[in-house]
Design a protein around this ligand. Structure first.
Ligand SMILES: Nc1ncnc2c1ncn2[C@@H]1O[C@H](COP(=O)(O)OP(=O)(O)OP(=O)(O)O)[C@@H](O)[C@H]1O
Length: 310
């Protein structure tokens, strides 16, 4: 078996970097061919994944946070050809939020998790593909593995990522603090959303999450019933009635207890299209914790698109 190990040295404030040698050594004790490569910046994990797939790797492991994992999934999926062979995907979480990991059970010690992942069979896991607008004009495309969202979450991800660049210590608390800050200042957008063939609905929203996994934002169980292998998105729409209601209910989101709140709608769908209700309004998007692009956007589920060891 040939393993491509992609390490993001800045994930989790340098956690992946600190454990990279230990992880590589643990894997090499069981599998002789382990090729470890480090990312150099945004988008590089996707290119490395494409390279590994082109070089015939059997398993590509993303070692980093959700952003790195999402990029690796994107790299594998965008390089695939009909009937072509795709490497299996593995991941070792070392990120700030590491929310995708919460859908699986792995040790929090990276070297132990690496060995656990070698022992797990690969199983089909869904992925999302999104087409979106680029701020300067034109259309972008991306795959994601965990959750794509818009609204206040786009603002939170942007400020969290800026704080990470400035060297702020990482951890779920960073997300909580920036979430509270955003709840106080954010101007809620109005959108038009359509699920599959249903008639579109207009709503002023705090956030919309198009979810494959259940958690985002460093431990918020935003899509409590989402399953990564059910072939459908769980689409969570949180309407913006007032700021104090949102702040008062934030704790319920961490426990996934917001399902029955009157301002929350959760539905399953294969395709989701979202437009700004006011033409020309700039409403930013995020995918797996990375801020990228804006509305209009179309999300399609790709059932069982990746064989993931987990
Ligand atoms: N060598 C590098 N130097 C600086 N930034 C990098 C480098 N390699 C990748 N990146 C950036 O790191 C970010 C991804 O980080 P990642 O999501 O893996 O960790 P995290 O943000 O700590 O975790 P999480 O998303 O789980 O909260 C991306 O924005 C990517 O562009």
């Amino acid at each position: 078996m040939r393993i491509g190990l992609i390490v993001n040295p800045v994930s989790g404030g340098g956690r992946a970097s600190r454990h990279a040698e230990a992880v590589s050594a643990a894997l090499e004790r069981r599998v002789p061919q382990v090729d470890m490569r480090f990312t150099l910046g945004r988008g590089h994990a996707a290119r490395l994944a494409e390279d590994f797939a082109g070089e015939g790797a059997d398993l590509v492991i993303a070692f980093g946070g959700d952003g790195t994992l999402g990029e690796v999934a994107d790299g594998l999926l965008r390089g695939r050809s009909p009937g072509g062979r795709l490497p299996q995907l593995g991941f070792i979480a070392a990120g700030t939020g590491s929310d995708f990991r919460r859908n699986f059970s792995f040790s929090s010690d990276p070297a132990t998790a690496a060995l656990e992942l070698l022992d797990r069979p690969a199983r089909p896991i869904d992925a999302g593909r999104v087409s979106f607008s680029l701020p300067g004009g034109g259309e972008g495309h991306r795959h994601f593995l965990n959750i794509a969202s818009l609204g206040i979450t786009g603002d939170i991800v942007e400020t969290v990522n800026r704080a990470k660049m400035e060297g702020t210590k990482s951890g779920p608390l960073v997300y909580l603090l920036h979430t509270l800050g955003a709840l106080l200042r954010y101007r809620f957008p109005s959108i038009r959303i359509a699920l599959d063939d249903a008639a579109p609905l207009d709503a002023q929203v705090a956030a919309v999450a198009v979810a494959n996994g259940a958690w985002f934002g460093g431990g918020m169980k935003i899509a409590p019933d989402a399953r990564v292998d059910d072939g459908l998105f769980d689409v969570v729409v949180v309407r913006a009635r007032n700021r104090s209601t949102l702040i008062a209910n934030l704790a319920r989101v961490y426990g996934g207890r917001h399902r029955s709140h009157p301002d929350v709608t959760i539905a399953r769908a294969s395709t989701v299209t979202v437009h700004p209700a006011a033409p020309g309004a700039i409403i930013p998007l995020e995918f797996d914790g990375e801020d990228l692009g804006c509305l209009p956007a179309r999300y399609d589920i790709l059932p069982g698109a990746l064989m993931v060891r987990g």
